[in-house]
Write a new protein. Structure first.
Ligand SMILES: *Cc1c(COP(=O)(O)O)cnc(C)c1O
Length: 415
């Protein structure tokens, strides 16, 4: 990656982009002109085909097909059909992934199922500073299930906090704020050595970095459809249950679509065989159609090349920012080398207004309290010239002090 080092010029960046075999994928997204979009880790951009697909589903399937489309257009099979597509991105078998509900709800379902199956192991162990919904859902369950406790410890103490009372080790593979990644296989092994199950949150991993749930021995996983999978705002999430566990675990949300025979309309719940027992209610078909557009683009790409490019973009951004913004108050948070996601974070004491000023310059990243500027680098639609532009804009905003304009300090509802 000599060409992406500290000296990255606009010309060098353009040359790298011109030689990039993934370059054509950029045209499959509707990115507004002039914007450098570095927040695809929070909300992926609009896939161009999603517009036609949604119109088709609305007009032909909903409009003309009406209720018939549940069978004729295969609506009822969307959770398993799309699940099989996600499975290819996370190293799972087709019958191990469902697209359903939100990540938060899926966390609830899998945590409760795991705890219920091992009543002598009532502890959920998770990382202090994990994404809030992961901790909150665990805390909510602890209020609901007598005896259940949530144990949160620092990253380095997780392995030593495993004991015979831990039923589930709940970890987010790529940390949302720092971008640091766990060694999934090693942490899963540590959980198994103590008789616990490992539940992985892949919200910042699926579509961003290689994930091999099967090879890592992972038991359970959840993840998000609207980040790196580009499924649209509020896209359904996904869940994974290793095949060996599917018969043993039961969803606490015994909705009718998880029933063995939903259209028998029986009075008594009986879970479906296999993964379908983790369905709850009616799938959101329009949201599913948008998510499928995002998945199909991702599945067309050479994923080794894609993930390698995302890492190269992260490296190039770190080098360019360090070369241009020395002494301007930034501190790298993301690991410089070693396992990490497709995102780069810098700490800055005035991170919020700095990010607002940067967004005003057309470079869209986000801010995570208390002081983190976060930049996502999905290789599917970004290039090295975007890196160059982002680093230049950041330098300009910091060096000019333009971020001190009071307009940039008013907090929006979503940061
Ligand atoms: C984004 C994210 C979620 C989102 O959960 P929702 O239920 O979709 O709001 C969950 N976990 C992690 C780690 C995330 O980054």
């Amino acid at each position: 990656m000599g060409g992406t080092r500290a000296t990255l010029t606009r010309e060098a960046a353009r040359a790298l982009d011109a030689a990039d075999p993934l370059r054509p994928f950029r045209d499959r997204f509707r990115l507004p002109p002039g914007v450098v979009y570095l927040d695809g880790n929070s909300l992926g951009p609009l896939p161009a085909i999603a517009v036609d697909r949604l119109l088709g589903v609305m007009e032909a399937e909903w409009g003309d097909g009406l209720i018939r489309s549940w069978s004729a257009a295969g609506w009822i099979d969307q959770p398993t059909r799309l699940g099989a597509k996600v499975a290819r991105l996370v190293g799972a078998d087709d019958e191990e992934v469902l697209v359903a509900d939100s990540t938060s709800v899926n966390l609830f379902k899998l945590l409760a199922a795991a705890l219920k199956a091992a009543p002598d192991r009532p502890v959920i162990l998770t990382e202090a500073g994990n994404f809030p919904t992961d901790i909150y859902m665990a805390q909510g369950l602890a209020e609901l299930m007598p005896g259940v406790e949530v144990r949160t410890v620092g990253r380095d103490s997780l392995a030593s906090a495993l004991d015979e009372r831990v039923g589930v080790l709940l970890l987010t593979h790529v940390h949302y704020r720092t971008g640091e990644a766990f060694d999934m296989a090693a942490m899963t092994r540590a959980a198994h050595d103590h008789g616990a199950l490992a539940l992985w949150d892949l919200s910042h991993s699926a579509g961003a970095v290689p994930v091999e749930l099967g090879a890592a021995g992972a038991d359970l996983a959840v993840g998000c459809g609207y980040k790196f999978l580009n499924g649209g705002p509020g896209a359904p999430g996904f869940l994974y249950v290793a095949r060996r566990l599917q018969a043993r675990l039961r969803s606490p949300l015994a909705g009718w679509l998880g029933h063995a025979a939903p259209f028998d309309f029986a009075d008594t719940y009986q879970p479906a065989d296999g993964l379908k027992r983790f369905l709850c209610g009616t799938p959101p078909i329009l949201g599913m159609a948008a998510l499928e557009a995002g998945l199909d683009i991702m599945l067309d790409a050479d994923r080794d090349a894609l993930f390698a490019k995302s890492q190269a973009l992260c490296d190039a951004f770190i080098s360019a920012v360090e070369a241009r913004c020395g002494g301007l108050g930034l501190e790298l948070v993301t690991p410089r080398t070693g396992p990490r996601g497709a995102q780069v974070s810098f700490r800055h004491a005035d991170g919020y207004p700095v990010m607002q000023a940067l967004i005003a310059e057309g470079v869209i990243g986000d801010f995570r309290a208390p002081d983190v500027l976060r930049f996502g680098f999905p290789g599917l639609y970004l290039g090295f010239e975007d890196v160059w532009r982002a680093a230049s804009a950041l330098q300009q905003v910091l060096a000019s002090g333009g971020w001190r304009d009071p307009a940039y300090s008013t907090r929006a509802a979503v940061t």
